[in-house]
Design a protein around this ligand. Structure first.
Ligand code: PD2
Ligand code: ZN
Length: 290
């Protein structure tokens, strides 16, 4: 036989069966030579067949097919088909100031009125404590040196105002209220900042399975600005060189369909230079958050 020999599906299946039965490559090659195969053709057939088989096995382990790259989960998404400059969200018209595809990010104007911002700050102010974040190694909470703001959490629907704001956010992002965490309020004084981080829970951390029991992964973040500092305090996205100004009543939304830096959702709060910055953060989960 010559190099024009073609490698049939049957031959590929036979090569895979020999390898999976633990046969040595030399023995498989010898059997093919004995059957009349040219040595070079036989080696090339073995190599390409086994390389393809390895990719299939790796993809099956990752829960995907070799043909399909891994796909993300569904995420919140405002109704931006047709590029509207305003969106109706429950009881209010919200401006669409900026949209980005990668990361998926939208800046909204006028999501809250000045009075709503002031009322949230007044409700939260007596309850502020040095910010705790979820301790990703144990699943508990911890004071975080990366965040020098003060913070607190409201219960979902804790007051009629909070209930209305949460239903407005749910309408805007087309994501059920039940799949949201309670609003978190943060206050940054001059010099306070939040170093860049991802908001999803790192699958490699030992505390993550415990955290995920309560509603699955975070899949999106909405940071709403409640008070404009006199200087500094932008929300920064270092992967794409974007800085969102912290203007009272405006908000930045971004989603991440997998807990991976490829979502380009690394973000932080730049140091406040003058005045105070207040924000309300709403994190959206895959499932009902209980
Ligand atoms: O206050 C911010 O700009 C900010 C920055 C990064 C808030 C958060 N992350 C957050 O609440 O996760
Ligand atoms: Zn964050």
């Amino acid at each position: 036989m010559t190099a024009a020999q073609t490698v049939s599906d049957e031959l590929r299946a036979w090569i895979v069966a020999q390898a999976e039965a633990g046969c040595q490559a030399d023995d498989v090659l010898a059997a093919m030579r004995a059957a009349g195969w040219d040595e070079e053709v036989a080696i090339a057939a073995m190599e390409s067949t086994l390389r393809t088989r390895l990719a299939e096995v790796a993809a099956a382990r990752a829960g995907t097919s070799a043909a399909d790259p891994p796909r993300g989960v569904p995420v919140p998404e405002p109704a931006l088909d047709g590029a509207p400059s305003r969106l109706r969200a429950l009881d209010r018209d919200v401006d669409v100031l900026l949209t980005m595809r990668q990361p998926r990010l939208v800046v909204f104007g006028g999501l809250l009125s000045d009075d709503e911002c002031d009322a949230l700050v007044a409700l939260a102010a007596p309850r502020m404590a040095r910010s705790e974040t979820v301790d990703r190694s144990s699943g508990g909470s911890e004071v975080n040196a990366a965040r020098t703001s003060d913070g607190m959490f409201f219960q979902r629907a804790e007051t009629p105002l909070i209930d209305r704001i949460e239903r407005r956010i749910a309408a805007l992002l087309r994501w059920p209220v039940e799949r949201g965490e309670g609003l978190q309020i943060l206050r940054y004084r001059p010099g306070a900042e939040y170093l860049p981080h991802h908001d999803y829970f790192d699958p490699a951390q030992p505390g993550t399975p415990t955290i995920l029991q309560r509603g699955g992964q975070r899949v999106a973040t909405l940071v709403v600005y409640l008070a404009t500092p006199a200087g500094g305090g932008a929300t920064v996205f270092p992967d794409v060189g974007l800085e969102v100004a912290p203007l009272k009543g405006h908000a930045v939304f971004f989603s991440y369909d997998r807990p991976h830096p490829a979502t380009r959702t690394l973000h932080g709060g730049a140091p406040v230079r003058a005045g105070e910055k207040w924000v309300a953060t709403k994190w959206l989960r895959e499932r009902e958050f209980v």
